[in-house]
Ligand binder design. Structure first.
Ligand code: SF4
Length: 376
């Protein structure tokens, strides 16, 4: 069987407006760069030695829907040079609720998009305002309805720990999201990143982050609320109705190889993660000049890759199966992590039935602090 990647990520770095908390690779209000971006993408695609047959494709950003229906069609035409989408593949496009027009939906249907990931963040007007979003709750509701009516699967992103957001407001958001009939919900806690407008405002004392105890209570409310509404909590931040997990993210969490295109996009060959230059303008200029436009290269030994596989595997509620881990990594889980697993089990942070190790809810709540026990 071929080792070529069967998963592709395409980064589309354009937004109408930069939300105050966002430090992703993107440009806002620079639609003049779209033609040059597509030209650079064509060159990057041309460097792929042979066509790839894909089980999942994920268009993230930025805001891919900001390209509009015609831009999306141009993007897919380019990709067809080197990418073949397999029958039954999952094809996800991230969208801003304001971009979900009849034309966008028609383009999605024509192009074989199966799933739209909607950056809704909240269904509460005060929370959306606090998050500096450019849309209203009714825009989210209307977009979800339009997408579901068109037969597309929908993920809705929700954010917790927004400035001033209460636990009751989070509970209302969760209930409202579940009632919309979406198949998938991702819940992320607001993070305060260096260089963002939110972080500057926090330093001035104009914005105040939520207390850690409130953040945890919101995360627990998400688990309880969405599970009660019929969603399966299958990864730290992700919830799906049965049968509707995101197959693309599952490929990441299985440490399968994937290819990636666009500024800031990271590819993985099973051992080495290579990230494109994070500046959109620099990436475009370098690629168009025929130069290599890479940023970080993270080359791992086989053991480091196996240890990272433990971390990404344990973020999933299914946990890590010892046999599957050995078959995929070539390493024995206990040889790499028996001390850590024993300690976690003793602290009720994990369970171990002899074949499978899983984090408990208490473990998930502190998971980021556990990984140093495993990584070299
Ligand atoms: S729409 Fe999304 S990618 Fe664009 S600035 Fe806002 S959070 Fe960032």
């Amino acid at each position: 069987m071929s080792n070529l990647p069967r998963h592709v990520y395409v980064h589309v770095p354009f937004c109408r407006h930069r939300c105050g908390y966002c430090d992703f690779t993107l440009v806002a209000g620079r639609d003049d760069l779209i033609d040059r971006y597509l030209a650079a993408l064509a060159i990057e695609l041309d460097r792929v030695p042979e066509p790839l047959e894909l089980d999942t494709v994920y268009f993230g950003g930025g805001t891919p829907s900001h390209l509009g229906p015609d831009g999306l069609r141009r993007l897919f035409d380019l990709l067809a040079m080197k990418l073949r989408i397999a029958t039954g593949a999952e094809v996800t496009v991230e969208a801003n609720p304001l971009d979900v027009t009849a034309g966008f939906v028609a383009a999605c249907r024509d192009l074989g998009v199966t799933r739209v990931s909607l950056g809704g963040q909240s269904l509460d007007a005060a929370t959306l305002k606090a998050l500096d979003r450019d849309h209203a709750p009714d825009d989210v509701r209307a977009a979800v309805g339009t997408l579901l009516d068109a037969g597309l699967l929908v993920n809705l992103d929700l954010m917790t720990a927004a400035p001033g957001q209460t636990l009751a407001a989070v509970a209302r958001d969760l209930a409202a999201a579940a009632a919309l009939g979406v198949q998938h919900v991702s819940v992320y806690c607001l993070t305060w990143e260096q260089g963002t407008a939110f972080e500057s405002a926090r330093r001035r004392g104009d914005l105040v982050p939520a207390e850690e105890s409130l953040e945890r209570a919101m995360f627990e409310a998400a688990i309880d609320g969405l599970t009660a509404a019929g969603f399966e909590h299958y990864e730290v931040s992700n919830f799906a109705r049965p049968g509707f997990r995101c197959r693309h993210n599952e490929a990441y969490w299985d440490s399968r190889p994937w290819e990636a295109f666009g500024p800031g996009a990271a590819r993985f060959d099973g051992r080495t993660r290579t990230t494109n230059h994070r500046s959109t303008v620099t990436w475009i200029n370098k690629v168009l000049a025929g130069e290599v436009a890479l940023g970080d290269i993270d080359a791992m030994t086989a053991e480091q890759a196996a240890r990272e596989r433990i971390v990404v595997g344990l973020r999933r509620r299914d946990g890590l199966d010892r046999e599957a881990f050995r078959a995929a990594s070539g390493f024995d889980l206990d040889a790499l992590a028996s001390d850590a697993v024993t300690r976690w089990v003793a602290q009720s942070l994990a369970t171990d039935d002899g074949s499978r190790v899983r984090l408990t809810r208490a473990g998930l709540l502190v998971s980021d602090a556990l990984w140093a026990d495993v990584l070299l």
